[in-house]
Ligand binder design. Sequence first.
Ligand code: ZN
Ligand code: ZN
Length: 453
Amino acid sequence: MRWCPMTHIADFGGARFVGADFSSLPGISVFGAFSRVVRLNHISHKSYFSAFGIRNRGNDDLSLRLTFSEASRSKVAEALSLKSAATLDAALWLPFRGGSNILETSWAFRYCPACLRQGFHTLLHQLPWVRRCPWHRMRLLTKCAVCDSSLTLRGDPGHQLLACRNGHDIFSEMVSCAYPFDQAESAAAFIDRYLTWAEKERAYTLLIPPEGATTSFDAMRNAVVLPQALRDSCRGPEWILSTSHTRTLKRQAMRANTVHDLPSALAKLTSLRDEVAGLELPPQISPGFLNIGCQLANRLPPESLTDAEMSLFFHGLACQPNRTFKPARRSPLAEIRFLPPLLIGQTRVIHRSTLSKTASRSAEQLLAVIVGQFMPPDPQAEASLQLLLRALASILKRAYAEGMRIVLSRYIPALFDSKRDRPRLTEPWILVRKEGHQLDRIKIVWAKRSRLP
Ligand SMILES: [Zn+2]
Ligand SMILES: [Zn+2]
């Protein structure tokens, strides 16, 4: 690079940057390439425009901007002649379709200390299901390895790019400049295998994230299962337990000679998308809802429900309230009377306001995505529809149980002390997998909401 004495603007005039041969840095991210070149060529934030054609905007996290802003990314890619799809397209790293912005909304720059020391960062290190650098086997970090403070990810006159706020600097100019990347071959092979696998998965797998998610995409870190050959080298320590709860439902063979009438069951649930007060439960799934209601009613502390309220939970059922039941001495409350699935004629109806909104919206989306793809009476399609109905029931039952506890806790404060029944809200991240034209499995990750809607 030359300095033009008249304007003090760096003139890179086609000269190559130091460290800008990326051929042995497979799948380097745009930000990885940018920060490497900035550091090795001592490019100040004031010269970002002359060097790369992007303006430095004070508070921008450049790792985020250079991954997701099309305009900035393509300018830097052009300045550095970055052409590989793995570098330019973050979506290629996801083993599913849908939720294309989830990496962006949950973004935190994540790195392998050994790779970053040599001026290498790849989007593989950003994936929640990759916990260790596959070729260095080091745990991936989002903060400084020494003092746990944030790394500098913006053009900042007071701090070196990539160094932490206290000046610890993992990036080594000497190593990055003088030595080839120590894991070039194994990284290239791993990344190639990973991207081939992710591409195959994308053809069959769809993610439905919760609408207005309050939890991060990290909830998915246990839900994506890498094939053995990839998994062993990037698995994290087993003691990192997830606070999410995962349920996987698989397609089952249909029994012959049974009346299923799945289309009409699913048609009943399509009323989820309408603004109606009641949801008619298909007979195949209503016992589950009734169970939730009467079991919860039986677990409540004495004098929680009136006689009339309690009997509504058991209306039309063979089972009875516990003998220990002690009625509350107050008038029945309309809000509580709406909680049990009401028996209307032969059908059971639940009040929509009882269902937690995020979960019922997810059920509605799942239904909308899948219905229309399967045409009964093909028996194979029936198995798919049955899997869909089981998944919807599973989501709605949880939405119902959670919504019911929230309503009850307004009148029964003792619920807040109950480990099992205290009011809590979770939100579902849903992975739908097909096999050929059939639904194969539906995985539901319930993550604890970080705030109320
Ligand atoms: Zn590494
Ligand atoms: Zn530090």
